[in-house]
Design a protein around this ligand. Structure first.
Ligand SMILES: *[C@@H]1O[C@H](CO)[C@@H](O)[C@H](O)[C@H]1NC(C)=O
Ligand SMILES: *[C@@H]1O[C@H](CO)[C@@H](O)[C@H](O)[C@H]1NC(C)=O
Ligand SMILES: *[C@@H]1O[C@H](CO)[C@@H](O)[C@H](O)[C@H]1NC(C)=O
Ligand SMILES: *[C@@H]1O[C@H](CO)[C@@H](O)[C@H](O)[C@H]1NC(C)=O
Ligand SMILES: *[C@@H]1O[C@H](CO)[C@@H](O)[C@H](O)[C@H]1NC(C)=O
Ligand SMILES: *[C@@H]1O[C@H](CO)[C@@H](O)[C@H](O)[C@H]1NC(C)=O
Ligand SMILES: *[C@@H]1O[C@H](CO)[C@@H](O)[C@H](O)[C@H]1NC(C)=O
Length: 827
């Protein structure tokens, strides 16, 4: 537990609460059915309700009872036997999309029945789950995931096959799963032994899933009690082709970072993600080979959790995941989840061929540092409503799938499942990222440092591909850009980052500008480009960076900004690579105040209000006079969108609002949180996230708040500032920081409150020397302010014109600043 807490504090406050809230799923208490019995029985940690009981919440039409033992202790000693089609009628709750159906079979003989000889079909809601199914002398558990329609009812039908007189079942589990175990509306790549051949959309709407293999790679067998959906996972060793090239990774002893955006805990349990196999020889591949039906269609879900790399993984580091030999996908753990030890999975639709084998491999990419590994794999047959499998024609002969866990020789499609395989899954991960953020340490700031790479911003809700004509007057010709930057002369390059490069340019009229050239395949995509143009062409403010123009010719994505001579705020705080003079406390407060004005205007200056979403010290730029302007609106969005339109978490680690991560609740208060982290950077002169520090210090917000509460403020303050800050100013500032970093948005102040507080902190600092009673930051003493100031108080400051106006001069005079304080607000 210690290591769990320790790990989670590396990145975010509340990984543990994420696990409990974001991915919360409580196993429903129905249906667990003890077939062929009048009495309930406790079995596998559940109460299985006798189906020969009129009070049951379900009904079964027909069938006979077979009893092996008069005093059964398991569900396997009784069975319901069907001599003709018989149905269990069940209901799903109102909101569920999928039901997991798990059937228990354990044939026995009685005077009346010889269940080993039964051959039968099982259908659920029109999906033919089993055809000509026969159970040998063994206990077999089969599970399926079926989509259920709007009718909320579903049936499970058992029918003896032609030539057989009976079918049977010993127990049924049928319960709803989390709705997102399969993504809805998601498009997956379709792969055959010859390589990629198209895509399939929204498969979970048309298919049921029959898991054939559920493998815990590099780990032990997992039973129902180790999985939230009661699935069994089996070890991979017997499927590996050449085990010399692979070795079991040292199992992870911490807790995978289920943050709601890679896998959920119900996609695969901790024990799957905490074990893996990795390459033992980086110049070879590891291949697993699975016997499958010929010419059938499968969903292959590969589970990954990089607990092998230390710390944050470079988003560009990758390894190969092969499906057969001709298709490979780059697996980029750092890009996919951005957090260390965060689990995720990739889904593929795979056609099997005449060989009856499906193989997957992992291999290193020689020029990256990423270890190749695999934590788990599920192979699920896609079952159509008609009962044929996939889109291929499939003979009547066998749809009994399954897998012998002890098969040495492979070759056949056997009927032998040791204990049920189930499903658990979810699509959507592919198009539904993840907090795609990275550490600041390797960021090269300038003109907004976007630290995400995925696309799907909806500033306009619709896809913002074409740039609206209204901004044509901002449009530059590519030729002009070339001229301004001397053909992108490397000597003029002033910044570089994931998005591409930034050049200093000179327009024909002599104006100095910054030219940010988006690089395809890096960082920002077109949606961010368009969003940035739309926001900055609509909204202008002295403390928001000014967009001079853009160019989108020849698939270029170029943005032209006013030149911000002094670079980013971060440069002046702790970036060791430059020799910017250190800022005084007054300068720091003035910069924070300007940035606050910019953000306040962003939040309130347009009809709907805009949330920036990526407030951080590299997105606050300084001009030659150290006037701060907020930059980078690529992932900003209107504040009036419905919550369910927020499909993904974006932003930068170290700055992300815990409430946003937990609840997908994005509000202006998320910016306030991030700004609180910036305030700490300003005070402490260190990055928001620094993984070179001991874990408890890595996250600035986390660590600083603790130190503040423990009265160790002097240990966190930038040594350069120590003893230069007026204590009352510091107290006010710390109070503000604490309020900005409150756990829930409701407790945090709005930007205008922050503005008042910072102005007050500035005022208190500047009063050093002539210590007046009102330098204390309590409301009580602030009431003792000179009357001259009180008279200048506006009745209400909360409107934009006020802020705009007061931002007309570089920094408002003290009295102007102070005039914005409402007495009651000067807490
Ligand atoms: C299964 O067991 C029954 C009774 O014990 C026996 O008659 C039958 O031959 C067995 N079948 C197989 C395939 O072992
Ligand atoms: C590889 O497989 C062989 C045969 O199954 C087994 O004896 C051996 O222990 C395995 N080696 C490793 C490293 O797992
Ligand atoms: C690693 O694999 C390569 C290619 O399969 C092989 O040539 C080499 O001998 C292997 N190295 C070790 C140490 O096994
Ligand atoms: C790994 O497998 C792929 C696909 O089969 C192949 O192209 C590649 O050469 C293999 N790499 C090594 C090192 O064997
Ligand atoms: C992986 O796939 C890409 C195309 O998608 C191909 O260019 C590359 O050669 C493949 N790599 C290997 C090792 O097969
Ligand atoms: C994967 O399976 C195909 C047949 O489907 C086979 O030709 C190929 O050799 C296998 N690849 C490996 C690396 O075993
Ligand atoms: C791999 O790591 C080394 C040392 O950590 C680093 O110098 C090198 O640039 C990295 N390579 C890549 C491709 O990231």
């Amino acid at each position: 537990m210690k290591s769990i807490l320790c790990l989670s504090s590396i990145i975010l406050f509340s990984i543990l609460s994420l696990v409990s809230s974001q991915s919360r799923y409580d196993l429903p208490d129905h249906y667990f059915i003890n077939c062929g019995s009048k009495s309930d029985i406790s079995f596998a940690e559940r109460t299985f309700v006798g189906d020969d009981n009129n009070d049951a919440s379900f009904s079964v039409s027909g069938g006979k009872i077979a009893v092996q033992s008069n005093n059964p202790t398991t569900v396997y000693e009784t069975a319901r036997v069907f001599t003709k089609k018989t149905s269990y009628n069940l209901k799903a709750d109102d909101t569920s999309t999928f039901v997991m159906v798990r059937l228990h079979f354990s044939p026995f003989s009685t005077n009346e029945f010889e269940l080993h000889n039964s051959i039968f079909d099982v259908e659920a809601s029109g999906f033919k789950l089993l055809s000509n199914f026969k159970v040998e002398n063994t206990t077999l558990v089969k599970d399926f995931i079926i989509p259920i329609g709007s009718e909320r009812k579903f049936t499970i039908d058992f029918t003896p096959s032609r030539g057989s007189t009976s079918g049977f079942v010993n127990a049924i589990e049928a319960f709803t799963t989390p709705n997102d175990i399969f993504g809805q509306g998601v498009t997956l790549k379709r792969i055959s032994p010859n390589g990629e051949h198209g895509e399939m959309s929204d498969i979970s709407a048309s298919y049921a899933f029959n898991p054939i293999y559920r493998i815990n790679v590099g780990g032990p067998m997992i039973n129902f009690d180790g999985d939230p959906l009661r699935r069994n996972w089996t070890p991979d060793d017997q499927y590996i082709l050449n085990n010399k090239t692979a070795r079991n990774s040292t199992p992870f002893t911490g807790f995978p970072t289920y943050n709601g955006h890679g896998s959920h805990i119900y996609d695969a349990p901790v024990n799957v993600y905490a074990t893996a196999k990795q390459l033992s020889n980086t110049s070879a591949n590891v291949t697993w080979n699975f016997a499958v039906d010929k010419n059938a269609l499968y969903l292959v879900r590969a589970h990954f959790c990089d607990f092998i790399s230390i710390g944050l993984v470079d988003p560009k580091d990758a390894f190969h995941f092969f499906v057969y030999t001709h298709y490979n996908e780059s697996i980029e753990p750092g890009n996919k989840v951005g957090v260390p030890q965060a689990p995720f999975y990739n889904d593929f639709v795979v056609d099997s061929d005449e060989s009856g084998f499906l193989n997957i491999s992992i291999g290193a990419i020689s020029d990256t540092n990423q270890t190749a590994f695999l934590n788990g794999v599920e192979i699920m047959e896609l079952v159509t409503r008609s009962g044929s499998v996939g889109t291929h024609k499939k003979g009547e002969k066998n749809v009994y799938i399954v897998v012998g866990c002890a098969v040495g020789g492979v070759v056949l499609v056997l009927v032998l499942l040791v204990l049920g395989f189930l499903i658990g899954s979810k699509y959507g991960k592919k198009s539904k990222p993840v907090a795609e953020a990275k550490s600041e340490s390797n960021a090269v700031p300038s003109y907004g440092q976007s630290s995400y790479t995925s696309i799907n911003i909806d500033f306009t809700i619709n896809h913002p591909s074409p740039i609206p004509n209204l901004n044509l007057n901002l449009k530059f010709a590519f030729a002009d850009i070339l001229q301004a930057t001397n053909n992108f002369d490397e000597k003029l390059m002033i910044g570089k980052g994931g998005f591409g490069k930034v050049y200093k340019g000179t327009l024909p009229d002599g104006m100095i500008v910054a030219v940010k050239r988006g690089e395809k395949g890096h960082g920002q995509g077109r949606p961010e480009f368009v969003t940035e143009i739309m926001v900055l062409s609509k909204i202008r403010h002295r403390h928001l960076v000014t967009l001079i123009g853009y160019c989108d010719e020849k698939s270029e994505m170029i943005l032209v900004y006013e030149f911000m001579k002094k670079g980013t705020l971060q440069d002046h705080l702790y970036d060791a690579n430059n020799d910017c003079p250190k800022l005084s406390w007054t300068q720091r407060l003035e910069i924070c105040i300007s940035a606050t004005r910019g953000l306040h205007y962003l939040h309130t200056g347009s009809d709907a209000g805009i949330i920036h979403r990526d407030v951080k010290s590299t997105n606050i730029l300084l001009n030659e006079n150290y006037v701060a302007k907020v930059a980078d609106f690529g992932i900003s969005r209107l504040d009036n969108l419905e919550e369910d339109e927020i499909s993904d978490i974006k932003g930068s680690f170290g700055y992300l609002d815990p409430e946003y991560i937990r609840c997908m609740k994005l509000t202006q208060k998320s910016d306030v949180y991030s700004f609180g982290v910036v305030l700490l950077e300003v005070l402490c002169a260190r990055p928001a996230l620094d993984n070179t520090l001991p874990p408890r210090e890595a996250n600035l917000a986390d660590w600083a708040i603790k130190q503040i509460h423990n009265g160790k403020v002097e240990e966190i303050i930038d040594p350069f500032l120590s003893d230069t800050i007026n204590p009352n100013s510091l107290r006010k500032f710390l109070e503000t920081v604490e309020r900005c970093l409150k756990d829930t948005g409701d407790e945090r102040p709005s930007m205008i409150d922050v503005l008042w507080d910072l102005e007050y902190a500035l005022k208190l600092h500047q009063m050093v020397g002539n210590r007046e009673p009102h330098e204390d930051s309590t409301m009580n003493t602030s009431l003792q302010l000179p009357m001259s100031m009180i008279q200048r108080l506006p009745s209400h400051v909360n409107d934009d014109s006020e802020v705009n106006e007061s931002s007309a001069s570089s920094f408002p005079s003290e009295s102007q600043v102070f005039s914005q304080l409402k007495m009651g607000e000067a807490r």
